[in-house]
Design a protein around this ligand. Structure first.
Ligand code: NAD
Length: 256
C-alpha cells in the first residue's frame, strides 16, 4: 500500500507530546521512513533524550529538531511553527498529540478541569489554527492528525473532564476536515486518531503498572495510524478489548 503522500522522505513532521508514548513511537517510525522530524513537548529534559533517540534512527542530526513547547500556550505553538519552518522550510505532517489524563468528576475541581481542557482541547485548537492555514497554502500534500480517545466517543462516567476534552477534539477534527475538503487546491487531509487502552506513561499515571492483556503498544498505534492515513481513513481506530456495559451500549462507531 502506498503511504499517504505527505509521508515521504525529506518531508517534515511536527509532533506534540513527542517525548514519550504514542508521539515518540510515531516520531521514530517517521524517522525510519526518512522524514525530517520536529519533536515538541513541555517536558524539556525527557524531550532532549527522546530527540537523541530519534536522531540516532534518522542517522543525521540535522534531520531532527526538538522544541520545548507547552501546547496550552498559543505563543509557544506559534514559536514551534516558526522553528520548524525556519529550520526545515515547510511542514507536511502535524500531529497534535500532547495530552494529560483528567480525572475531572462532574462536580470536581475547576482547576483540574481547566488544566485538562487547556492541554487536551486548547492544545489541539492551537495546533490546528497555527499550522492549518500555513499547510493549506503550501499547495503540497499534507496531513493533520489530532489524537482523540475512545473515551471521547464512549464517554464512560467518572472521567468527565477528559471525556469532554476528547469529544471536543473529535468535533474540532471533523470541522477541520470539512474546511480542508472545501478549500480550492488544498491537498491537506485531517485524521482523528482514536486510541483505546495503550500502555504508556499516561496509563502509568493512572496507576496501571503492567501492560494489561489487550492493551496496545505505542508502536502498534503509530503503525495503525500510518496505515489508516495511507488508506485515506478519517477515523483511525485502535480498538482494545476493554468493555463495560456502558461502553457496549455506545459502541456503534467504536466497534472494529
Ligand atoms: P504519554 O504520557 O506517554 O505522552 C503524552 C506526552 O504529552 C508526554 O510526553 C507529556 O509530557 C506531553 N504533554 C502533556 N501536556 C503537555 C503540554 N501542555 N504541552 C506539551 N506536551 C505536553 O501518553 P500517551 O498515551 O502517549 O498520550 C498521547 C495522547 O494519546 C494523549 O493525547 C492521550 O490523551 C491520548 N490517548 C492515550 C491513551 C492511552 O491509553 N495511553 C488512550 C487514548 C488516548
Amino acid at each position: 500500500m502506498a503511504a499517504h503522500p505527505a509521508i515521504s522522505p525529506n518531508r517534515v513532521a511536527v509532533i506534540t507530546g513527542a517525548a514519550s508514548g504514542i508521539g515518540l513511537a510515531t516520531a521514530k517510525q517517521l524517522a525510519r521512513l526518512g522524514m525530517r522530524v520536529c519533536l515538541a513537548d513541555r517536558d524539556a529534559d525527557v524531550l532532549k533524550r527522546s530527540a537523541a533517540e530519534v536522531a540516532e534512527i534518522a542517522g543525521d542530526l540535522t534531520n531532527v529538531l526538538s522544541v520545548p513547547t507547552d501546547v496550552s500556550r498559543r505563543e509557544e505553538v506559534e514559536r514551534l511553527k516558526d522553528a520548524a519552518i525556519t529550520t526545515f522550510g515547510e511542514v507536511g505532517f502535524v500531529m497534535n498529540n500532547a495530552g494529560v489524563e483528567g480525572r475531572g468528576q462532574i462536580f470536581g475541581d475547576p482547576e483540574r478541569w481547566k488544566a485538562t481542557l487547556d492541554t487536551n482541547l486548547w492544545g489541539v485548537i492551537h495546533g490546528v489554527q497555527v499550522f492549518g492555514p500555513v499547510m493549506a497554502e503550501q499547495g503540497t500534500p499534507g496531513a493533520i492528525v489530532n489524537t482523540g480517545s475512545k473515551q471521547g466517543i464512549t464517554t464512560p462516567p467518572g472521567d468527565t473532564a477528559y471525556n469532554v476534552s476528547k469529544a471536543g477534539v473529535k468535533v474540532v477534527t471533523e470541522a477541520l476536515a470539512h474546511e480542508l475538503r472545501n478549500r480550492p487546491n488544498c491537498q491537506v487531509t485531517a485524521h482523528l486518531l482514536i486510541p483505546g487502552f495503550v500502555y504508556t506513561g499516561f496509563t502509568k499515571a493512572r496507576g496501571v503498572t503492567e501492560k494489561p492483556e489487550g492493551a496496545w503498544s505505542p508502536d502498534q498505534v503509530a503503525a495503525t495510524l500510518l496505515a489508516g492515513m495511507a488508506r485515506g481513513d478519517f477515523y483511525i481506530l485502535c480498538p482494545d478489548n476493554e468493555t463495560t456495559p456502558e461502553m457496549d451500549r455506545k459502541r456503534i462507531r467504536w466497534a472494529a
